[in-house]
Design a protein around this ligand. Sequence first.
Ligand code: ATP
Ligand code: MG
Length: 275
Amino acid sequence: MHEAISARNLSYHYEGADKNAVDSVNIEIARGEFVAILGRNGSGKSTLGKLFNGLYLASQGEVFVSGTQITDENSAYEARKHCGMVFQDPDNQMVATIVEEDVAFGCENLGVAPDEIKRRVQKALETVGMSEYALSAPHMLSGGQKQRAAIAGVLAMQPDIIVFDESTSMLDPSGRRDIFSLAQRLNERGVTIVWITHFMEEAALCQRLYVMDGGRVALQGTPREVFSDAEAVQKLGLDVPDMTALARQLKQNGIDVRSDIITIDEMEVELCRLA
Ligand SMILES: Nc1ncnc2c1ncn2[C@@H]1O[C@H](COP(=O)(O)OP(=O)(O)OP(=O)(O)O)[C@@H](O)[C@H]1O
Ligand SMILES: [Mg+2]
C-alpha cells in the first residue's frame, strides 16, 4: 500500500525569487496519519501544502499523492481528487450565494453526476453539522460556520487526504477547537490530515510534526520528541506548548513533575499525582 504523501527532494521556486520557497524536502505521510506542519512565517508551509494538493507543480524533486506522482496539469487534477485543501480565510473560500451550492462547487468541477452531488452535499453538510444552513447565504454565517461549509465542500469530493492551512487562525478559541475536533473526527474515519498551524496546543495533539525553516525540514518527530528540545524549537521561531513551559517552570521551582508534558490532560494527571 502506498503512502498518502511522499515527497523526495521536493523543491519549489517562485518566479523571480532569489531562493527556493520549498527546498529539498523529504516527507513521508502514511495513510490515516494526522501530521502537523509548523514553522515561522515564510518558512514554506503553505507552498508545501499547495504542492501536495497539485495547485503548484514541483520545480525539482518528486511528490506522490495517494500513489500518483504530480508532474503536470493532468496528474495535478488527479491529485486534487485525493487531496483537498482548506485555507485560512473563511471569507475567501465561498463562491456561491447559497451554502449548498457552494458545497457542491468542487464536485461539479470533478464532473460528478447531479444526483450523486446532491447526495454527497447532504451527507457532507451532515458530517460538519451544517445541514440546517443548507439554504443560507454564506455571508450570514459566522467564521467557524464558513470554515465548516468549506470543509463540507472538500468532503463532498471524497478526498482521502485533507490539508488544512491555518484554517483555525481567524477563529475565536471555541471556533478553533470546533474545527480541530472536526479534523480529528475525520481522521478517525480514515482521512489523512495535514495540519498547518501556528498553535502549539494543536500541534501537541497531532501524531507527528514537521518543523519547517527556510523551506527545509528543520525538525521532525512526535510532539514529545520535538518539544523536548525547547531551545531548538525556540530557535526556529516557535514556542513550546503552554503546558510544556509550565512543567519546566514547576521543575525549576523544585516541584517534581514530568518534564515531557505537552497537553493539559497530562498536566492534570501529574498535578493530581502530586496532590
Ligand atoms: N506568490 C509568491 N511569489 C513569490 N514568493 C512567494 C509567494 N508566496 C510565497 N512566497 C515566498 O515563499 C516563501 C514561503 O512562503 P509560504 O507562504 O509558503 O510560507 P508560510 O510558511 O506558509 O508562511 P506563513 O506562516 O506566513 O503563512 C516566503 O519567503 C514567501 O515570501
Ligand atoms: Mg502560510
